[in-house]
Each structure stands twice: as structure tokens, then as C-alpha cells.
Design a protein around this ligand. Structure first.
Ligand code: NI
Length: 170
């Protein structure tokens, strides 16, 4: 396994709507293992393939932040159904360091996905897990959490993103 570099805003790959995984091979399993290691090394709770430069619908999630090493949830081609409730809570993103803001997300969702062998499964997620899944599925559609912000919180985000764009050019 190896730790991969995480792409930072404004890398254009972060804005790609990723195509579905169609081949469930050792390459996919190696990518998922590397992504789990990368997420744990970065002390993140979730990571989407596009964040490591791979345009495919794969995300890894571990709301224990690596405390339970085998606990990572791997979602291939995830689809969110049946969102319920609404809760505003703090989010951040490994691709947008040093910025957090409160985002509205459903409190409960149903997720349909495939595992690394291609077998379909479903799960119901609540609270933080639901929030992280929504955040990662957004990534697979080229959407960043800051896109959900409005008003004053959006202005704060815009200032931070402008600084990141300037640093990327410098
Ligand atoms: Ni993120």
C-alpha cells in the first residue's frame, strides 16, 4: 500500500463528474487500499478517488479516523436515496485545508453501492456517517462542500478559495 498525494483546490480534476466503475479488478482493490491509507495518513474521515487524481466513482470513509484500522467503508458507484431530515454542522475537506464551515445535510440517507467485487449492497446511514457519505458522493460529481454555502458563509469561503487560487499560481 502507499500514500498518494491529495489534490488541492483549484485542481480541475476536483470538478470532474466521474464515470462509473465497470471493471472490478486488482487495480481497483489496490486503489481502494491506497486511498484508505492516504485518508488515515491525512487524518480524514473520507476520501474520493478524484481527490487522488483518479476519475472514477470510488470513495472510502472511516468516521473513526483510523482508530479501528479495518473499519473503512468502501463505496463503489454509490447512489443516495431517500434523504430525511436536515442538520447544519461543521465540515472540512482534505482538498481545501484550513477551512471549515457549517453545511446543511440530511440526517439520514439510504445508500446503494457496490463492493470491490462488484456485489451490490445497501445501507442506511445517520448523523456523521450520512454527512460524510453525502460529502464524498458530491466529490464524485465534481461538487465541493463550499458550493452548498450561502450568504456570509459563502463570502468567507470565497475569500479562502481566492487565496488558494493565488497560492496555486505563485
Ligand atoms: Ni472533501
Amino acid at each position: 500500500m502507499s500514500v498518494m498525494p491529495i489534490l488541492l483546490y483549484p485542481d480541475p480534476v476536483l470538478r470532474v463528474r466521474c464515470p462509473e466503475v465497470t471493471v472490478f479488478d486488482d487495480g481497483l482493490r489496490k486503489l481502494a487500499a491506497d486511498m484508505v491509507e492516504t485518508m488515515h495518513a491525512a487524518v480524514g474521515v473520507g476520501l474520493a478517488a478524484s481527490q487522488v487524481g483518479v476519475e472514477t466513482r470510488l470513495a472510502v470513509i472511516d468516521v473513526s479516523v483510523g482508530e479501528e484500522e479495518d473499519d473503512a467503508l468502501v463505496l463503489v458507484n454509490p447512489v443516495i436515496d431517500d434523504p430525511k431530515g436536515d442538520e447544519r454542522d461543521v465540515e472540512g475537506c482534505l482538498s481545501i485545508p484550513e477551512f471549515t464551515e457549517k453545511v446543511d445535510r440530511p440526517t439520514e440517507i439510504r445508500v446503494r453501492a457496490q463492493d470491490l467485487e462488484g456485489a451490490p449492497f445497501e445501507l442506511v446511514a445517520e448523523g456523521l456517517l450520512a454527512r460524510v457519505i453525502c460529502h464524498e458522493v458530491d466529490h464524485l460529481d465534481g461538487v465541493l462542500f463550499v458550493d452548498h454555502l450561502r450568504g456570509l458563509r459563502r463570502e468567507k469561503a470565497k475569500r479562502h478559495l481566492r487565496r488558494m487560487r493565488e497560492e496555486a499560481i505563485a
